[in-house]
Write a protein that binds this ligand. Structure first.
Ligand code: G6P
Length: 365
């Protein structure tokens, strides 16, 4: 397939902008808009007692976001582990778990090996992949494609939001199957999920503001990303994107860990990006923001309209993403962190689509 960048400078930029449409396709595969019910097929969520997700890189982070949602909605324990760790330790495997391999390419060597361990232990297996003809897909009992179309940029963007979309549909489906939510609540949640593409598009509309912030961030040597709940996982993704393509050292942390280490790094030269929609974690994240500012840290506060209203004064910049239900806030907040990393890399003149030392698909150890 000949892939075209169209009017975009880089595939990554195009793929960021493709997300509303990509996400719409993903959601369409897992919900029925006539009945407002989820249509996740192939697994009996009452026959399993936990979920084991194995993955690498950005796919691992998508799994981490899934863990928050699945445990909260479906009351089903979820373990998410980096595949290269999982495959070389002796995890206490139980056959009653559902193993999920999360992999855009479906060919990542470590993910495949970890997945095979699970399958050999007798677990039911599901592959959440973009490449449905891949090795991981072939070895799974069930394949849940992410349907986002080919991803060319080495730094994953649209595959990530598609993976998270599948996680959300899965969380709703498991919750319904396990009797944790009723039909009315399922409908409500499906409606929330259906709103995601439009809200992602709105968040992409913040691009000009993010470009300005990127010009400042490009001067930094170190950047910290903080968040709580699903935003703690997205903080890891923000830091990963920035380091992958702009080569600026960045760390993502659960904001509650600030005082256990990263706060020692905070000074006037360290931008601290705090991801804090107005959810049940907001007050805690806002107080972390105050702690950072009290030490001279330059806060970029990425929030929503209510959060902007309630944020402590003194942030260097406040980025106001659209309001969303916590179910989909990781989807909506993804675009700002991707665009920020992208524009920092552009300012620095980096080779965005082919970052040094990285590969799109890691089929060897
Ligand atoms: C590589 C890519 C990342 C990706 C990771 C896992 O490191 O550069 O973007 O997240 O592999 O790849 P997978 O295909 O298994 O999702």
């Amino acid at each position: 397939v000949l892939m075209e960048k169209g009017n975009y400078r880089h595939f990554m930029e195009k793929e960021i902008h493709d997300q509303p449409e990509g996400c719409q396709r993903t959601i369409a595969a897992y919900v029925d808009t006539l009945t407002d019910q989820t249509t996740v097929q192939g697994v009996d969520f009452n026959a399993i007692d936990r979920i084991q997700i194995v993955a690498c890189g950005t796919s691992w982070i998508a799994g981490m976001i899934g863990r928050y949602l699945i445990e909260q909605l479906a009351d089903l324990p979820v373990d998410v582990e980096i595949a290269s760790e999982f495959r070389y330790r002796s995890p206490a495997l139980r056959p009653n778990a559902l193993a999920i391999a999360m992999s855009q390419s479906g060919e990542t060597a470590d993910t495949l090996a970890a997945f095979r361990h699970c399958i050999e232990a007798g677990m039911k297996s599901a592959a959440i992949v973009n490449a449905t003809e891949s090795t991981i897909a072939r070895e799974a009992d069930v394949v849940w494609p992410i349907h986002c179309g080919p991803e060319i940029g080495v730094a994953s963007t649209k595959a990530f939001t598609a993976q998270v979309s599948v996680m959300i549909a899965l969380a709703i489906a498991a919750a319904k199957a396990r009797g944790r939510i009723d039909e009315a609540e399922e409908k409500r949640l499906v409606h929330v999920l259906l709103e995601a593409p439009r809200l992602i598009a709105e968040a992409i509309g913040l691009e000009d503001a993010l470009k300005e912030i990127a010009a400042e961030i490009a001067k930094a040597k170190d950047v910290l990303y903080l968040g709580r709940g699903p935003m703690s996982a997205l903080a890891l993704e923000g830091a990963l994107k920035l380091k992958e393509i702009s080569y600026i050292h960045a760390e993502g942390y659960a904001a509650g860990e600030l005082k256990h280490g990263p706060i020692a790094l905070v000074d006037e030269a360290t931008p601290v990006i705090i991801l804090a929609p107005y959810d049940s974690w907001f007050e805690k994240s806002a107080s972390n923001m105050s702690e950072v500012m009290a030490r001279g840290g330059q806060v970029v506060f990425i929030t929503d309209p209510e959060g902007a209203k309630h944020a402590p004064a003194g942030a260097k910049v406040v980025v106001t993403a659209p309001a969303s239900d916590p179910l989909i806030s990781a989807l909506v907040m993804s675009a700002p962190i991707q665009l920020l990393a992208y524009h920092v890399a552009v300012v620095k003149g980096a080779d965005v689509d082919q970052p040094r030392n990285l590969a799109k698909s890691v089929t060897v150890e």
